[in-house]
Design a protein around this ligand. Structure first.
Ligand code: HEM
Length: 382
């Protein structure tokens, strides 16, 4: 079956695939409709994220020795236990408390970029912001930021292509040294090393594994969200003008970009037993590909789905997934993108993006984003 890389626009392909609804290709089943995808994501007893179970015992134990499996690839009951431990250190309230810091950082990056009239939004803002924020949250000192960014890049490049064992073990060593069970510091690693539920605490491997997951799952995704917002607004100068006049709509713009150009276009499960979906047979051990980006353009759910409309009522997109694995970092990603947009529109009256050529699109089978987006700007009061 032809599956486009997200270097190409997938939306016409999705539309034709939604008409076919469910498509089998060998032992992989592809789902495109919103309701089908929600029903798979809700049925974690049949549709598993625990892909390690498909591996032989020896490979599995070798992997387990290297790093504890992260919540993203665990099913209940272990997923439930681990998720409640990590979420007690990563609460929306705690994340909100970073908003002044994020605003300062975003303002500094935007001011710095503004000294030029033409700059690359990715390298000046959308790339450095999320990695700097998460490093600060984890308690990584400024002096290690460069090394940290390098690791984070290496992990992002490996996404969807199997684990980058070398980088993961370098990072694990680094994080292991940071764990101090007796410290009362307020960084995330220190908080993770203190949390306990019913006397259960996270092991050192679980703390390092979770910290690495935050980098893998959180950085490139948020970078793409911020870039996708800017590119989409360059195509809708009327909406940008409304934002300049009233930056309270920044949150709506971010939310609609998540639906319209979802940074994560697909996710995967495998079937633990035979099951019928709308008379379609899915067999034990089939892989199931779920196209979140297609669900978000499903005409049965969203009116005029190909229109970018920040004011639409239905905001129940699946850009952050659904169910028990719903993105833990969603409040952080939303906060960062909203603050960037508020600070950007405070200073920039109008802008254009130099044609984002297809070559500038990330070549990925999961992510939708751009490596580069050169903007030409006109400042406020010019
Ligand atoms: C726009 C940015 C982001 C998008 C589009 C996004 C998307 C997603 C999606 C679709 C899932 C569910 C995957 C599945 O069910 O298979 C997920 C899970 C997750 N995300 Fe995000 N994410 C973003 C940002 C972040 C950030 C900033 C963090 C943390 C710093 C983060 C941490 C996580 C974690 C820990 C999970 C696993 C949750 C679980 O398995 O219970 N994400 N994300």
């Amino acid at each position: 079956m032809y599956i486009p890389s997200y270097k190409e626009e997938p939306f016409e392909w999705y539309k034709s695939m939604r008409e076919r609804r469910i498509v089998r290709d060998g032992n992989t089943v592809h789902l495109f409709k919103y309701n089908d995808i929600v029903s798979v994501l809700s049925n974690y007893n049949v549709f598993s994220s625990q892909f390690r179970d498909l591996l032989g015992d020896s490979i599995k134990s070798e992997l387990d020795n290297r790093a504890a499996p992260s919540i993203l690839i665990l099913d209940p009951p272990r997923h439930t236990e681990l998720r409640s431990l990590v979420s007690s250190a990563f609460t929306p309230k705690k994340i909100e408390s970073y908003s002044n810091y994020i605003r300062e950082l975003a303002s500094k990056m935007i001011e710095n970029a503004l000294s030029k009239r033409r700059f690359d939004v990715v390298s000046e803002i959308s790339y450095p912001l999320p990695v700097t924020v998460i490093s600060n949250m984890l308690g990584v000192p400024e002096s290690d930021l460069k090394k940290f960014k390098m690791w984070s890049d290496a992990l992002a490049t490996s996404l969807g292509r199997g684990p980058d064992i070398k980088t993961q073990s370098e990072m694990s060593q680094y994080f292991l040294k940071m764990i101090d069970r007796n410290s009362n510091r307020d960084d995330l690693i220190s908080r993770l090393s203190r949390v306990s539920i019913e006397n259960k605490m996270l092991t050192d491997q679980e703390i390092t594994g979770f910290s690495i997951l935050l980098l893998v799952a959180g950085n490139e995704t948020t970078t793409n969200l911020i870039t996708n917002v800017i590119i989409t607004l360059s195509e809708h100068p009327d909406i940008y003008e409304m934002l300049v006049n009233d930056n309270k709509i920044a949150g709506d713009i971010v939310e609609e970009t998540l639906r319209f150009r979802s940074p994560v276009q697909s996710t995967r499960r495998y079937a633990k037993s035979d099951i019928k979906m709308n008379n379609f047979d899915i067999y034990k051990n089939d892989f199931v590909f779920l196209y979140l980006g297609s669900a978000n353009r499903d005409e049965e759910i969203f009116k005029n789905p190909d229109v970018f409309d920040p004011f639409r009522e239905n905001k129940r997109h699946l850009a952050f997934g659904n169910g028990i694995h719903f993105c833990l970092g969603a409040p952080l990603a939303r906060l960062e993108a909203r603050i960037v947009l508020e600070e950007f529109s405070k200073r920039i009256k109008s802008f254009t993006v130099e044609r984002p050529l297809p070559d500038d699109r990330i070549d990925s089978d999961i992510m939708y984003g751009y490596r580069k987006a050169i903007v030409n700007i006109k400042k406020i009061n010019e």
